[in-house]
Design a protein around this ligand. Structure first.
Ligand code: ASP
Ligand code: MG
Length: 410
């Protein structure tokens, strides 16, 4: 007998037939003799609509009330799934976040889970009743409902699995696993059988939208074995297992290639090449809560001025440029340029630690396609480049082939 947490995403519970389908999947797990807790998302589209309702009144809303509104989607699904389970003879009941003691901080709209009181759930499972828990929500110590940020029900599921010491946390979604790259762009993309926490964490934060980044952080911290699999397949197979690196036998040098169109580029021309200049620029942006990601700065030939290029979230581009312009006197530069037509393409793999020449292979295959690299950033297990977004598909395909990830022709 295993203790299993099953999580079903928005598309998996998108309408009543799909909820009935999910009930059958839960039933199968129960009939296999396992103890089961289920975490659900809102039906697809519902959270977007709820967010829109708030924005339609004002964009400057009370975040506590926003959370009161947007957390309701999950409550509908949990009740409906409990009904669907009872309807096919499975004992079940719904629980909201506060009813199972999902305690969070007070960062309304993007709260972090601080702890879960597992006793209620364990008791329910002990009694043979499937607990259907609302994802995405918790309760703050002010006694108010919180939500965990978009995509947060993945994190609810992993947190629950950690608190229950579950054997598995199965995340059911509309794809059958994590792919080497976006299969809609690269037909030869392959499903990955196993991927390490660290790689998944990089991939999630670099643009792969399969799991919420925080859920991977949490899985890594507590060693929760996560599986990503499809709720639409009769037999979903093993999906993709996210686990410790040493549980992976066959390792590729590069595990995945991601892309993100969420960033934009800013270049300051002729800023002074002296101590404190970067500190000044980036503290203005930090004060405005603007996250800077990639940065390049060159040395200057004459020792006087240099150009500085960096990226910020596309949504913050106008704001960032305004801030820089309004501090022109203090920062002291000749001109500022910006571009939104860029994409960040990243290769991710723990194999990079022990192999040389990975970055050069990347750069060479982009060069062969005539793709110019605008900015580069690296970490121990990833290399990211910023390129013209017109070349996204070409770059992904070229890199996928260059790193030997292409699926064999069938
Ligand atoms: N319903 C929430 C959202 O759409 C949480 C989730 O589905 O993970 O972001
Ligand atoms: Mg999701």
């Amino acid at each position: 007998m295993a203790l299993v947490v099953q999580k079903f995403g928005g598309t998996s519970v998108g309408d009543i037939d799909r909820i009935k389908n999910v009930a059958n999947k839960v039933k199968k797990e129960v009939e296999a003799g396992n103890k089961v807790a289920v975490v659900v998302s809102a039906m697809s589209g519902v959270t977007n609509q709820l967010v829109k309702y708030c924005n339609d009144i004002t964009e400057d809303f009370d975040k506590r009330e926003y959370d009161a509104v947007v957390s309701t989607g999950e409550q509908v699904t949990s009740g409906l799934l409990a009904i669907a389970l009872q309807n096919i003879g499975v004992k079940a009941r719904s629980y909201s976040g506060w009813q199972v003691g999902v305690k969070t901080d007070t960062a309304y709209g993007k709260a972090r889970i601080e702890g879960i009181d597992a006793d209620t759930l364990l008791k329910s499972m002990e009694d043979g009743v499937v607990a259907v828990v609302t994802g995405f929500q918790g309760i703050s110590d002010e006694g108010r409902v919180t939500t965990l940020g978009r995509g947060g029900s993945d994190t609810s599921a992993v947190a629950l699995a950690a608190a229950l010491n579950a054997d598995r946390c199965d995340i059911y979604t509309d794809v059958d696993g994590v792919y080497t790259t976006d299969p809609r762009i690269v037909k030869k993309a392959k499903k990955i059988d196993r991927i390490s926490y660290e790689e998944m964490l990089e991939m999630a934060s670099l643009g792969s939208k399969v799991l919420q980044t925080r859920s991977v952080e949490m899985a890594m911290k507590y060693g929760v074995c996560v599986r990503v699999l499809s709720s639409f397949l009769e037999d979903p197979g093993m999906g993709t297992i996210v686990c410790e690196e040493d549980e992976i036998v066959e390792k590729e040098i590069i595990s995945g290639i991601t892309y993100s169109r969420d960033e934009a580029k800013i270049t300051l021309l002729e800023v002074a090449d002296k101590p404190g200049v970067s500190a000044t620029i980036f503290s203005f942006l930090a004060d405005a809560n603007i996250n800077v990601d990639m940065i390049v700065q060159n040395i200057s030939e004459d020792g006087k001025t240099t150009d500085l290029t960096f990226t910020v979230p596309k949504l913050e581009l106008a704001n960032a440029v305004d801030i820089i312009k309004s501090h022109k006197d203090v920062i002291n530069y000749r001109d500022v340029m910006s571009a939104a037509n860029v994409v960040k393409v990243s290769i991710v793999g723990v194999g990079m630690r022990s192999h040389v020449g990975v970055a050069s292979t990347m750069f060479k295959s982009l060069a062969e396609k005539g793709i110019n690299i605008q900015v580069i950033s690296t970490s121990e297990i990833k290399v990211s480049v910023l390129i013209d977004d017109e070349y996204t598909e070409l770059a992904l395909r070229a890199l996928h082939t260059a790193f030997g990830l292409d699926k064999e022709e069938e």
